[in-house]
Design a protein around this ligand. Structure first.
Ligand code: F6R
Ligand code: MG
Ligand code: MG
Length: 369
């Protein structure tokens, strides 16, 4: 059967700063989705979880991608959650709901969206990723490695089902007048793909397809809040859906590059560089409002019905990785605001520094010879 997987996530308020949403907020969002989505037959199933201060609604249905009614359901659930956040005095209540009223498609309104329509396999399985304190470019390196590099994806050598490689659809997220995209295939366009993906703030993987079957393999949210609001309203904390096994990389091949804990943009005030730590589902953030985190929950699905998640980073191996990533986080924090530890001026999320630089600019003098 044709099935749509939709994940929509937002920061609508959290306890004690930007740590994690309250249980009541999560229950309210989940209850709203049950009442107005499941009971009404709009959705087949749903799963609500949090990563750092973000709450994500994973939904299965048959409405296709970018469906008004599914997007409106998520928006309304976040509005209901925001009311609870306000009642409880949570910090940043409704932070990611950047528009006053829903207008047809939740994309461009604040929440992050990743969706894919699939022909459900008899043993369909996929990973749902959610990252906090970073931006969509954080997935560039791990998904590049998982889909093109036999050092991580042994299947590229060993499985005939992946012999043709994968096609990447990459978006220029600086282009705000419309979706500016390019399609490139690995292995033939490998160096072109790498040339684009090295720039995590400008070029972002949106979709990946199997060249063997044409099937969609991955979908990543590409929203940049800065480009919607024109000012800092929080980092873009991206979600992603990745199908695994068979003609796609195995679950462990997709997880493999996350052992690197590569440096990404985000961390404190969305303005620093920090290593991406793979964490258990529903983990809060902490040190220096970070470090940047990513959770991965694996699901099986049959006729749209989800199993409970298998928490992919909840395994002793990842405890050791987390220790290594903590060390990297401390190492870069030792240089504070200096050089690469803080993001370049063009990426600084806080308005204050822009004002400051303007003032200082006026005080500069050019020496006469
Ligand atoms: C980053 C983030 C936090 C806040 C920081 C200051 O995504 O959410 O690091 O930027 O806690 O928050 P405000 O300015 O709201 O006091
Ligand atoms: Mg936040
Ligand atoms: Mg967040």
């Amino acid at each position: 059967m044709k099935l749509t997987l939709s994940v929509i996530k937002a920061d609508i308020g959290s306890i004690g700063g930007h740590i994690k949403p309250s249980q009541k907020l999560k229950d309210t969002v989940a209850g709203f989705v049950d009442e107005h989505g499941i009971k009404k037959g709009l959705l087949i199933d749903r799963y609500v979880s949090s990563t750092g201060d973000d709450i994500a609604i994973l939904m299965t249905h048959q409405k296709g991608v970018s469906d008004d009614s599914v997007h409106k359901l998520a928006w309304d659930a976040f509005v209901a959650g925001t009311n609870v956040a306000k009642e409880q005095g949570l910090y940043g209540a409704g932070q990611d709901l950047l528009k006053d009223a829903f207008s047809g498609n939740i994309k461009g309104m604040g929440p992050a969206v990743a969706e894919m329509e699939i022909e459900e396999r008899p043993n369909e399985c996929f990973l749902f990723f959610a990252a906090d304190k970073t931006d969509p470019g954080a997935y560039n390196l791990p998904f590049y490695l998982a889909f093109v590099d036999p050092m991580h994806c042994a299947g590229l050598i060993l499985s005939p089902k992946m012999a043709e490689g994968f096609k990447f659809v990459i978006m220029d997220v600086e282009h705000t007048e419309g979706d500016r995209v390019i399609g490139l295939s690995a292995p033939q366009d490998l160096y072109d793909i790498a040339s684009l993906l090295r720039d995590n703030q400008r070029f972002v993987i949106e979709h990946i397809y199997s060249n063997n079957t044409g099937e969609i393999a991955a979908s990543i949210s590409t929203t940049r809040l800065h480009n919607i609001a024109g000012k800092y309203t929080g980092k873009d904390d991206p979600v992603a859906l990745v199908r695994v096994q068979g003609s796609f990389p195995a679950t462990g091949e997709v997880l493999s590059p996350f052992s690197i804990g590569h440096f990404v943009a985000g961390f404190m005030r969305g303005s620093h560089t920090g290593p991406l730590m793979p964490v258990k589902a529903n983990s809060p953030i902490s040190y220096f409002d970070g470090p940047p985190v990513v959770s991965a929950q694996a699901f099986s699905v049959r006729n749209g019905k989800l199993t409970e998640p298998a928490d992919a980073f909840d395994q002793p191996f990842w405890d050791w990785v987390r220790d290594q990533v903590s060390q990297k986080a401390l190492d870069i924090r030792r240089q504070g605001f200096s050089g690469c530890a803080m993001l370049p001026y063009s990426e600084l999320e806080y308005g204050g520094i822009v004002e400051k630089m303007k003032k200082l600019d006026g005080k500069f003098t050019v020496r006469k010879e």
